[in-house]
Design a protein around this ligand. Structure first.
Ligand code: NDP
Ligand code: MG
Length: 409
């Protein structure tokens, strides 16, 4: 076992020699939220290749105990938190981890433990908000993949991060690209615009009217990225890009009028920044989430990972505007950026309910847009002051979105 002494981490052993002590000083302790998911997988691949710099202090998951057991066997985390209330007590995992954490207090304690240097926020959807909040509130360095927490609660989380001196580093490939394109001492006045690239998803070439016949299977078939179910549907509707627009607005404190979306089907350029002197800087890699994760985990250093080189001589990069008919959803996202308050949480909640209903085959693909639009229109904009306000609007928006779904039949 091992102990934590303030900011120094020591292996607890009878005769710690100075050599192993020094090696451990630049060892960072990580809590990985959403360890059993797609981003969780990519994070573990990066950590596996950089074991001397990172130690998995804790993993947090929903209910996939089989996968947690595999992770535990390889990485030997100190703590495991499972959100699912009815844990299977006979599962093998409990033999080596009889004290699995399961309450919200335990979750908070784990994330805010003084030993923890880095929290990776990679739970899917609004369920990730509480944990992002815990990390920021404790002043942790937080690597944020869970864009929904920024979209829903940017008004709360961003000022809190400033007060608590919590560094927020983007993992989402577009935002990490922007992060890499910005000079360290970023001067926002030097930015002319940010260009977020979009693959366009599986329906890039479809006219809006043809979307009425697409199936769940079609929507899950993403051309360039392999991701969790919810974000894959968001990519098909382009709501993912809307969430990313709002995320960029909050993270980089840039007005939406200076954020442009451009479709780039090859997903090689992950985003670009144009400066006032006419220079545009782009970040490129083959589409693989380990690249932005390695950048984020490296903090100010470059970490080595195995990656597939871009073959430039065979590369054809193309760009195009977003296909017609999808403007409505982007108008809503831009309104969220301009008005803020409760609009982000309402937008996010209506989308989550709509996506869930589509996955359960209760509504058609095109109905997702109707659910979002009608729910969004129902609520006037108002201020949010606390996290509880966010949870309250989330609840109300979900109820309203369900009503809209009923009215569609
Ligand atoms: P997945 O669906 O693959 O994984 C979700 C993870 O969250 C799983 O580990 C799941 O656990 C866990 N989880 C779900 N609900 C809870 C809960 N209530 N408490 C604790 N853990 C929970 O999602 P992705 O990895 O694709 O996405 C994660 C986040 O990263 C999302 O916000 C997404 O938008 C963002 N993102 C993802 C990208 C990608 O390439 N996948 C790219 C950019 C951003 P279990 O499976 O055990 O139930
Ligand atoms: Mg992205």
């Amino acid at each position: 076992s091992w102990r934590c002494l303030g900011s120094l981490r020591l292996t607890y052993c009878s005769r710690a020699n100075i050599h192993s002590f020094n090696k451990l000083i630049d060892m960072k302790n990580i809590v990985l939220l959403g360890a059993t998911g797609s981003i969780g997988d990519s994070c573990l691949n990066v950590i596996r290749q950089n074991k001397k710099h990172f130690r998995l202090f804790g993993i947090v998951l929903g209910g996939n105990l089989d996968k947690a057991q595999k992770i535990a066997k390889e990485f030997n985390p100190q703590h495991i938190f499972v959100a699912e209330p009815d844990i299977d007590k006979s599962h093998d995992l409990l033999q080596s981890y009889p004290n699995i954490l399961n309450t919200e207090d335990e979750l908070q304690e784990l994330i805010q433990d003084p030993c923890v240097d880095i929290v990776i926020s990679a739970i899917s959807g609004f369920a990730g908000l509480k944990t992002s909040y815990f990390a920021i509130d404790a002043g942790k360095t937080i690597l944020i993949a869970n864009k929904e927490s920024i979209v829903a609660a940017g008004d709360i989380l961003m000022p809190l991060a400033k007060i608590k001196n919590s560094e927020i580093i983007p993992v989402d490939s577009e935002h990490n690209a922007i992060h890499q394109c910005l000079p360290l001492q970023k001067n926002l006045n030097e930015i002319s615009k940010i260009m977020i690239t979009a693959s366009g998803g599986p329906f890039r070439e479809k006219a809006f009217n043809d979307l009425s016949s697409v199936t769940l299977k079609d929507a899950l078939n993403h051309p360039t990225w392999n991701m969790g179910t919810k974000i894959t549907i968001d990519s098909a509707t382009l709501v993912n890009k809307c969430l990313e627009l709002i995320e960029a607005h909050y993270l980089f404190q840039i007005p939406e009028s200076q954020i442009e979306i451009v479709v780039h089907p090859q997903s090689i350029i992950h985003s670009m920044v144009t400066f006032i002197d006419g220079s545009t800087i782009a970040q490129m890699s083959n589409p693989n989430m380990e690249v932005p994760i390695a950048n984020a985990l490296g903090l100010d250093q470059r970490l080595p990972i195995d990656f597939e080189q871009i073959n430039f001589s065979e590369l054809n990069l193309s760009f195009e505007p977003i296909a017609d008919g999808r403007e409505v959803i982007f108008d809503i996202a831009r309104e969220v950026c301009n008005q803020k308050g409760n609009l982000g949480v309402i937008f996010n909640a209506s989308n989550e309910i709509a996506v869930e209903a589509f996955i359960n085959q209760q509504i058609s693909f095109i109905d997702i847009y109707k659910v979002i639009q009608r729910t969004f229109e129902y609520f006037p904009c108002s201020k949010v002051l606390t996290l509880e306000d966010i949870f309250e609007y989330d609840k109300q928006a979900r109820i309203q979105a369900e009503k809209v779904i009923k009215s569609l039949h």
